[in-house]
Design a protein around this ligand. Structure first.
Ligand code: MN
Length: 159
């Protein structure tokens, strides 16, 4: 189980501009996709949800998507589950300094809100309402990549 402890343990908050973290929810179901120019460029897809189903600690459940969240139906992309990020990370943009975890520039690619249709250990299904990303998206847990592997794809809208 990933937790905010993992997030905090990886970072030196006197050196990185990233937030230390809050678990207070916004009251909205927000999502963000952050383009992260780390050693290998990727997109971080984050959903504001309780850390555990039914729990009270709100976090950003997070996946690193090397090729980006697809905008078209029929394209499946690898998504690697990463540590929960604090809720206030949702607005973060900036430069993580050289030598720090995830060093490189972070910029918001898209953001908005979502409706949660399904969430369990095997599958997360949402309807995104962003500027770029809109419609029904499904994450399927494949278990590859030491249990961290998921696939993300845009699904056809239900009739
Ligand atoms: Mn990242």
């Amino acid at each position: 189980m990933v937790s905010l402890g993992d997030y905090q343990n990886k970072r030196s908050f006197d050196k990185t501009p990233e937030p230390m973290g809050s678990t207070l929810r916004s009251g909205l179901n927000r999502f963000v996709v952050q383009e992260h120019h780390a050693s290998s460029r990727h997109f971080d897809f984050r959903l504001e949800l309780p850390a555990e189903v039914g729990g009270l600690n709100w976090v950003l459940k997070s996946w690193a998507v090397p090729k980006g969240v697809p905008t078209e139906v029929g394209v499946k992309r690898l998504a690697i589950e990463v540590e929960d990020h604090p809720v206030d990370y949702i607005d973060f943009e900036g430069e993580i300094p050289e030598g720090q975890y995830g060093a490189g520039r972070v910029a918001i690619f898209d953001s908005g809100t979502f409706a949660l249709l399904k969430r369990d250990a095997k599958e997360v299904e949402v309807i995104l309402d962003g500027t770029i990303l809109k419609g029904r998206y499904v994450l399927i847990h494949t278990g590859f990549d030491k249990g961290k592997g998921w696939l993300i794809f845009k699904a056809k809208d239900k009739e």
